[in-house]
Ligand binder design. Sequence first.
Ligand code: ATP
Length: 224
Amino acid sequence: MIRAEGLELTYKDGTRALEEIGLVLEPGELVYITGPSGSGKTSLLKLLMGMEFATGGSLEVLGERMRRGNSGRIRKMRRQLGPVFQEFRLIPGSTAMENVLLGLRFDGTPHGKMKEYAEEALLRVGLSQKLHAKVERLSWGERQRVAIARAVARKPRLILADEPTGNLDRENALLILELLASFRNPETTVLITTHATHLIEGQETASILHLDGGRMRLERPVSL
Ligand SMILES: Nc1ncnc2c1ncn2[C@@H]1O[C@H](COP(=O)(O)OP(=O)(O)OP(=O)(O)O)[C@@H](O)[C@H]1O
């Protein structure tokens, strides 16, 4: 599902964000990437999503080599990704339903299925009462749920969530992590970055990877 070897990312201004990252993730894993601010968590997700390209080493995501020359195939592969961005990236002035539908429009979902998929996803995240509410009328936790619904509506094989609990209190943060983890299944891997290590302590069946200064170490191995 994900294979990285000697992965490096140095930004154009010379910042070394990631160094010597080695990573193998299989279908069905639940993985947390922890680490302090600036340790490279978002940078790693950007590489996995094809929003940046590595400056060293190799990376394969869902069978595709993540390098510049492969952008056509990467674009197709991205339809199987469910990204949840740190800042949500919802469309202001639009409803929860419209936001999820928009996410489906560009990823090859058959037109006749779009509404069904969007409703199903919004129900799954507990927003059945808010389908037609404009996003700016929603609480932060609800907005996060819309962002998750948009990511999962296409039934992705890899869910990538960047700091999904950032704006939430402890109780809501735990609910959001539980919700994201619930999408893990034998075909679907869920990868979540968080600096809130105290929230994931009780997770028995997850892998925890720790980034520090762009380098990675395994905190706890997988026990599926
Ligand atoms: N576009 C960019 N250009 C140059 N440097 C960048 C860029 N994006 C991130 N960085 C730098 O790369 C390093 C890793 O940043 P990154 O955003 O990946 O960390 P993070 O662990 O996600 O942090 P946070 O928890 O604060 O979101 C930091 O030193 C950051 O300043």
